[in-house]
Design a protein. Structure first.
Length: 409
C-alpha cells in the first residue's frame, strides 16, 4: 500500500509512546554506555557521536508538517488516500494527512532523524528507566544508519509498496529487539530477547498504544500500520537472530525482506520465497481514464482487510496464502471519479476461491449500499457506493474492478 511508500517512509524512526510515561529531562550522560552496550550485542561499532536535542510537542507538529510538505507531492497524498478509501480500509471522510500528523504527535516520544543524523527526545515524555528505553531504541537506529544508510535503505524500498513496509519493520523491529535485549542484559540476563519477554513486549506495544485518544479513534488499518513495524518487526528480527546470530543485524539490511509476508513468516525470508505479483485487470473504456497510482498489496494489507470484515482468525489464515497482488488506481478525466483495479494470486485455486468467498463479506461491510446484479460461484458484479464493480476468479487469481461508471460485463 502507498501508505508504506509515502507517509510511513517519511515519518519513520519514531518510538511510539507505548514504552513511555511521565516527565523529566533525559539522562543524555548515559549515551556512551548505551552505545557500548549496543555495540557489544551487535558486533557493530559507532563510527561517530550522535547529536541530540530536546523538542516540545508544538515543535514536533511543525516538524512533521514540514517533512510531509517537503517529501510528498499533493497528488501522491491524494492517490494514497483514495486507494485506502476504495479498498474500504478507511472511511470516505478520512483525512490521511491530518490524521497522520495528529497520530504521530500524540504517539512519538523520541525519534532519530536519519536525514539530519540527529536524535530527538520529546520534552516531558519520559522519566527514569523509561527514558533509557527511548534512548536505547533511537541509538539503535543511529547505529544502523551509520552502517547501512537508512535514508537510502528506505528510498530503495519505495519501489515496492509492500517492500517499503517490510523495510520499515526491519528498522523498527531491530531497534525494538535491541532495546529489549539491552534491558535484559542490564537486568543480569542474556544479551538477547528471552521468549517470555519477547511475547510480552510484542503484545504490550499494541495494548499500551491503545491508551491514547487519537490512536484509539483511528481506523483499524491505521492503528495496525503503526504497530506492525514494532511488534511483527521485532518477532521477525528475533527469528532471524535465532538462525544467524549477530550476522542477522547486518543481513536484514544487506538483503532486505521483499514483502510483509516475509516479515510475518520469517521462514519464507530465510528460504528466499518471494511474491509473484499479477497484473491488474484492464478497465473498459481506458481512454476516458488516467492513471493516478499503481503498486502492490501485501499479506499485511489483506490480513487487515479480511479480519476487519470476515473475522480475525479466518481472515488472517486466508491472507497467509497470498502469493502476490498488484493494483492500479485510475480516475475518469471528465469528473475525476476514481476507479480501482486490482488482482491477487494465491498459492492454490482453493485458496483463491476461499479469498473470493471472504471478499463478498468485505463488499457488504465496506459499502453502505450493495446491489448485486449477477452472482455465480466464480464471479459477482453489481453496484456499490463507489460505482459499478465486478470481481471474478480465474484459476488461482482473483480480479477486481470497482468504481466504474457503467456495468462491467
Amino acid at each position: 500500500m502507498k501508505q508504506s511508500a509515502v507517509l510511513r517512509s517519511v515519518l519513520t524512526c519514531f518510538l511510539i509512546a507505548a514504552f513511555l510515561h511521565a516527565a523529566e529531562q533525559p539522562q543524555f550522560a548515559e549515551i556512551a554506555a548505551m552505545e557500548d552496550g549496543l555495540s557489544a550485542i551487535t558486533g557493530l561499532r559507532f563510527t561517530r557521536k550522535v547529536p541530540y536535542a530536546i523538542i516540545n510537542k508544538e515543535q514536533l507538529r511543525r516538524y512533521l508538517e514540514q517533512r510531509i510538505k517537503d517529501a510528498i507531492k499533493p497528488s501522491e497524498l491524494r492517490a494514497e488516500e483514495l486507494t485506502l478509501k476504495m479498498l474500504g480500509l478507511v472511511p470516505a471522510d478520512f483525512d490521511l494527512r491530518q490524521n497522520t500528523v495528529d497520530l504521530m504527535t500524540e504517539q512519538a516520544a523520541a525519534f532519530y532523524d536519519y536525514n539530519k543524523k540527529k536524535l530527538f527526545i520529546l520534552e516531558g515524555t519520559a522519566n527514569g528507566a523509561e527514558e533509557r528505553v527511548a534512548l536505547v531504541h533511537e541509538l539503535a537506529h543511529a547505529l544502523a544508519d551509520q552502517h547501512f544508510r537508512l535514508a537510502k535503505y528506505i528510498h530503495e524500498g519505495s519501489r515496492s509498496d509492500d517492500g517499503s513496509t517490510a523495510r520499515l519493520a526491519v528498522m523498527e523491529g531491530q531497534a525494538s529487539w535491541l532495546m529489549t535485549a539491552y534491558m535484559s542484559k542490564q537486568a543480569g540476563g542474556p544479551a538477547e530477547v528471552p521468549e517470555q519477554m519477547r511475547d510480552m513486549m510484542s503484545r504490550g506495544i499494541a495494548a499500551s498504544a491503545a491508551q491514547y485518544p487519537v490512536f484509539s479513534k483511528a481506523p483499524a488499518y491505521i492503528r495496525e500500520s503503526l504497530v506492525f513495524p514494532y511488534s511483527s518487526g521485532m518477532l521477525f528480527q528475533d527469528a532471524v537472530y535465532r538462525k544467524l546470530g549477530k550476522d542477522s543485524f547486518s543481513e536484514v539490511f544487506r538483503n532486505p525482506p521483499a514483502s510483509t509476508q516475509q516479515i510475518l513468516h520469517p521462514e519464507r525470508y530465510l528460504a528466499h520465497v518471494v511474491s509473484k505479483n499479477p497484473s491488474p485487470p484492464a478497465v473498459p473504456q481506458s481512454r476516458s481514464l488516467r492513471i493516478l497510482a499503481e503498486g502492490n498489496l501485501g499479506e499485511f494489507d489483506y490480513r487487515v482487510l479480511l479480519t476487519q470484515h470476515a473475522g480475525k482468525d479466518e481472515g488472517a489464515a486466508a491472507a497467509g496464502h497470498l502469493a502476490g497482488s498488484s493494483y492500479e488506481l485510475l480516475e475518469y478525466k471528465r469528473n475525476k471519479s476514481p476507479v480501482l483495479a486490482f488482482a491477487s494470486t494465491w498459492d492454490s485455486e482453493e485458496s483463491a476461491r476461499k479469498f473470493f468467498d471472504l471478499y463478498r463479506l468485505v463488499l457488504k461491510g465496506k459499502w453502505k449500499t450493495l446491489e448485486i446484479a449477477s452472482e455465480a460461484p466464480s464471479s459477482v458484479e453489481g453496484r456499490g457506493d463507489s460505482g459499478y464493480f465486478r470481481a471474478w476468479v480465474s484459476g488461482a487469481t482473483v480480479n477486481h474492478i470497482e468504481g466504474a461508471e457503467s456495468p462491467l460485463h
